[in-house]
Design a protein around this ligand. Structure first.
Ligand code: C2E
Ligand code: CA
Ligand code: CA
Length: 912
């Protein structure tokens, strides 16, 4: 055990968690992918928005640039014009020109300020606008400075250069914004729009330069005209090329706008003039009207060009905004798709969890409960695999339930439960079912055994009839029933006649066969509802319930005698047959179970009533036997009165024993040889208060009906032996006498007899050989146990006498075997004058002597009897002739009298 690694339940991740991970991993991957896409889209939206801002800044700055460039045109024109007119024009003409140009300039300044305000509103352009405005203020301050014309001319020329520098700076700024916008847009459509816008901006820039360069060429001092012309030609050619590019623009609005602007009358005029100047080297200055017209035309043309520029800008902004809107839509689409997928994934996870993890979790719960012995229902649900497992578990639960139910039925002892016969599925179920069957079988066997034992306890083994106890129970039940119904119960006591003879002559086997045959015949003769029982020995009873008429009951009794009296074939294939008869006593309960009872003292307990009914039937049967066998006697009021008296005696005697009302009288037994008294017979008397001495004949037979006689026997043994010791102690004629005590048949049959005798001897301290037990011949029948008891007592020295010898059936032959020491010849023989009887006495005495037995003649009343007995050789005599039974205190005198009587009887006739 020790080297086995302990198996631990590894910590496992629940299915739910695993499913969650399974779903979350791709979900997170997708989320990352979606977020990258969305981020990208967001960046594109931001770039588009940035491009729009850059474009707006570019447009604002370009407008400002154009306005500032326009400011320079009248300025330059005025220098050139003033110079040119100084050579030929009048003062009034010059002034008018100056005013016109200044008015143009003032208009341009006003428009520039408007453009400044608009551009300042653009947050991106604002710093560049501020810088440009600062420089513009410086340039404007130097306008018209200088006292002399040449000084002003120099100043204005420098001023023009400053304007040009400012404009070129703004152009660069515009271009920078446009480049950024194009770069950030990343979209070809927008890039095209921005390219067009740049072209337009460049065109307007070049357009703004071309006239000042032209004027600069015209007014260049001698020797400097070469470079001036180059500048003019370069700007003119640049404008022309750019213009051609715009005419080829893919945007119809820009193209048509540009074409419209270029066909504008001012644009046409300027173009014509500059084309002529470019064609030949003629530096002929046009008239001042033409120049003024030129200045105005420049503004008109530039306004037209500006419109194209704005169209291009709007186009670019629109493209950028469309692009931004598209980017936003994509963002929404991707975001929505991501959110939708997220919801679907979470929903899918929940669904999966519910449809797989849920059923599996419940399955696991059910399995847990089942493993703890709680046989719960298993729900079949979820995916097919889970269903298969659930069905399997459910089947296991079903068979376990069957097993449980069967075990429960066995535990409850409900062996008839149908469930115990129902087979249980599966190998385990089969094994358990087989075990249960075996247990059930064992339990059934035990029940059968118990039933059998109960039957044995209540039934007679030989005849299988109910036994005495069961008979009493049945009688009791019948009495209880009739107590309610008002019916009567009849009890027939069947006592076999001559059964003892059959048993003694043919043996026990034949006796048993006779009893079985009688039982069967009784059963066959009565109704099925009647109860036939065997009380023991050769006594049977038949219980009849209810009794409808008494005559019928007597007829039944006679019928029972007849059926029993028919010859009984004996087993063993012999021809031998047994013949027995029967005497029947009938007792009937009183109406409604009311039974006055022997003492007339009320109904008594049902158990007592049953006892009494049985006793009554028994008494009736006894009387039938005495009145001549084979008769039916019905228990009547005479019998009832006798029984009542008997019961009264019993109770009185019980009281007498307890309250010392009994005394012993002693009758001396005198030697017919010497006249000496050798022993006394103890005879019980009842000193009943108010009644005097009651002789034993009135209560001994009653006492013999119960164990009361044994109590009485014990008392007599104890008392006589104690008084014997007192006689010894007192000295005189009674010292050294032996005592004879009568022992009844019932006491003899009691296993306590030996103990009772030993106890009494020990208590008195008397030697056993001074005690003789008298047992009447009629009870001295062959009873192995009783004989063994007597042998045991004789072994310790106690003597045994056969009382009333001659009244029973003891044959002379038997005398050698009977465990006795003395024969007491019954009074009826002593009393008789019949010579045959005298001869019989002589034979008895002779036989006794030959077997070494002592002989006592009872009931000797006359001297003649003494002489007759002496003639037979009889040793001892007991009778009124010598002494009546006397109380202990008078025994000494009686003993002495016996001697005197003997002397008188043998010496001389006393005068009577
Ligand atoms: P039993 O054992 O045969 O006792 C002798 C009976 O004959 C006594 O009657 C006695 O008084 C009487 N008897 C003696 N001599 C004569 C005589 O010359 N003529 C006549 N007619 N009778 C004589 P008792 O004392 O009335 O006793 C009757 C029976 O009662 C006894 O007969 C005995 O069987 C029984 N008995 C007496 N005492 C006891 C006892 O302590 N235990 C038992 N179990 N039975 C006793
Ligand atoms: Ca006696
Ligand atoms: Ca006797």
């Amino acid at each position: 055990m020790a080297d086995l690694p302990e198996r631990r339940e590894r910590r496992t991740i629940s299915l739910r968690t695993r499913l969650l991970v399974l779903v979350l991993v791709p979900l997170l991957g997708f989320a990352a992918f979606a977020s990258i896409l969305v981020t990208h889209r967001v960046q594109r939206v931001q770039a588009a928005e940035d491009a729009v801002r850059q474009l707006r800044a570019a447009v604002a700055l370009d407008t400002l640039r154009a306005r500032i460039a326009e400011e320079a045109i009248p300025l330059v024109s005025s220098v050139e014009l003033l110079e040119l007119s100084a050579e030929g024009g009048s003062l009034r003409e010059r002034n008018r020109l100056a005013i016109t140009l200044h008015t143009l300039y003032a208009g341009a300044v006003a428009r520039t300020d408007v453009a400044v305000a608009a551009a300042t509103a653009d947050p991106l352009a604002r710093p560049q606008v501020a810088q440009a405005v600062q420089r513009l203020d410086v340039v404007r301050a130097s306008w018209g400075a200088g006292e002399t014309a040449s000084a002003r001319e120099t100043s204005n020329r420098q001023l023009f250069d400053k304007y040009r520098f400012l404009v070129s700076q703004l152009s660069e700024a515009v271009d920078a914004h446009l480049i950024t916008a194009a770069a950030e847009s990343g979209d070809t459509g927008l890039q095209t729009a921005v390219t067009d816008l740049r072209l337009a901006a460049r065109a307007t820039t070049l357009a703004g330069e071309e006239v000042p360069y032209y004027l600069g060429y015209l007014s260049a001092p001698a020797g400097a005209e070469g470079p001036a012309r180059t500048l003019f030609l370069r700007s003119w050619a640049g404008f022309k090329n750019t213009s051609d590019d715009l005419v080829a623009s893919r945007h119809p609005a820009i193209r048509s706008g540009w074409i419209t602007a270029m066909t504008h009358v001012d644009a046409q005029g300027i173009d014509k003039l500059l084309a002529a100047a470019a064609a030949d080297d003629d530096r002929t200055v046009p008239g001042s009207d033409v120049l003024v017209q030129l200045s105005t035309a420049v503004v008109g043309r530039d306004d037209a060009l500006r419109e194209v520029l704005e169209v291009a800008a709007e186009e670019a902004v629109r493209t950028a905004e469309a692009y931004r809107a598209q980017a936003r839509r994509e963002l929404l689409r991707y975001g929505g798709a991501a959110a939708l997928l997220l919801v679907l994934s979470v929903g899918g996870t929940l669904y999966t969890s519910r449809s797989i993890a849920g059923p599996l979790a419940r399955l696991a719960d059910a399995a847990g409960s089942i493993s703890r012995g709680d046989l719960v229902d298993v729900e079949v649900e979820g995916p097919p695999e889970a269903r298969v497992v659930a069905r399997g578990l459910g089947a296991a639960v079903t068979s376990l339930r069957s097993v449980q139910a069967q075990a429960q039925a066995v535990a409850d002892g409900d062996l008839e439960d149908e469930i115990l016969r129902r087979p249980v599925g599966g190998p385990l179920g089969r094994v358990v079912h087989a075990s249960v069957q075996q247990i059930v079988g064992a339990l059934r066997d035990r029940e059968l055994l118990q039933e059998e034992m109960a039957h044995q306890a209540t039934h007679d083994a030989l005849t299988a009839l109910p036994n005495r106890a069961e008979a009493l129970t049945q009688v009791d039940r019948a009495l209880r029933r009739t107590h309610r119904t008002g019916d009567r119960v009849g009890l027939l006591f069947v006592d076999l006649d001559q059964f003892k003879t059959v048993n003694d002559s043919l043996g026990h086997v034949a006796g048993d066969a006779v009893l079985q045959a009688v039982a069967q015949r009784l059963r066959d003769r009565v109704r099925a509802v009647d109860v036939v029982a065997r009380l023991g020995g050769d006594e049977f009873v038949v219980l009849v319930e209810p009794v409808l008429d008494d005559k019928g009951l007597v007829d039944l009794g006679q019928a029972l005698i007849d059926t029993v009296s028919a010859p009984i074939a004996l087993p063993g294939g012999t021809e031998s047959r047994a013949l027995v008869g029967a005497s029947v006593g009938i007792a009937v309960s009183r109406v409604g179970g009311q039974h006055p009872g022997a003492g007339g003292d009320g109904p008594g307990e049902p158990g007592e009533q049953a006892d009494r009914l049985l006793q009554e039937a028994h008494t009736a049967a006894y009387r039938a036997k005495q009145a001549g066998r084979g008769r039916v006697e019905v228990y009547d009021d005479d019998l009832r009165a006798a029984l009542a008296a008997q019961t009264a005696v019993e109770e009185g005697l019980r009281h007498a024993l307890a309250h010392d009302e009994l005394v012993l009288h002693y009758q001396p037994v005198t030697s017919l040889d010497t006249g000496r008294v050798g022993s006394v017979e103890a005879l019980v008397r009842w000193q009943k208060p108010g009644e005097g001495l009651v002789p034993p004949g009135r209560f001994i037979p009653v006492a013999e009906g119960s164990d009361l006689i044994c109590d009485l026997g014990r008392w007599a043994l104890r008392t006589s032996l104690r008084q014997l010791a007192e006689f010894d102690a007192a000295g005189g004629p009674c010292a050294g006498l032996r005592v004879a005590v009568n022992v009844s048949g019932r006491h003899l049959r009691s296993p306590r007899l030996v103990d009772d005798v030993r106890t009494a001897l020990a208590a008195a301290g008397t030697r056993p050989d001074r005690l003789t037990l008298e047992i009447t011949e009629t009870v001295m029948v062959e009873d192995d146990a009783a004989w063994a008891r007597l042998e045991e007592l004789r072994a310790i020295g106690v003597r045994v006498a056969i009382d009333d010898f001659g009244t029973g059936y003891t044959s002379f032959g038997q005398l050698s075997r009977v465990p006795v020491d003395v024969l007491k010849i019954d009074r009826s023989f002593v009393d008789s004058d019949d010579p045959r009887t005298v001869e019989l006495v002589r034979l008895v005495v002779g036989a006794a002597r030959s077997f070494g037995l002592g002989v006592v003649a009872e009931g000797v009343e006359q001297a003649s009897q003494v002489h007759a007995l002496q003639a037979t050789g009889c040793d001892w005599a007991q009778g009124f002739h010598f002494s009546r039974p006397v109380p202990a205190e008078r025994l000494a005198a009686a003993v002495q009298d016996c001697g005197a009587v003997f002397a008188a009887t043998n010496g001389f006739e006393r005068a009577s």
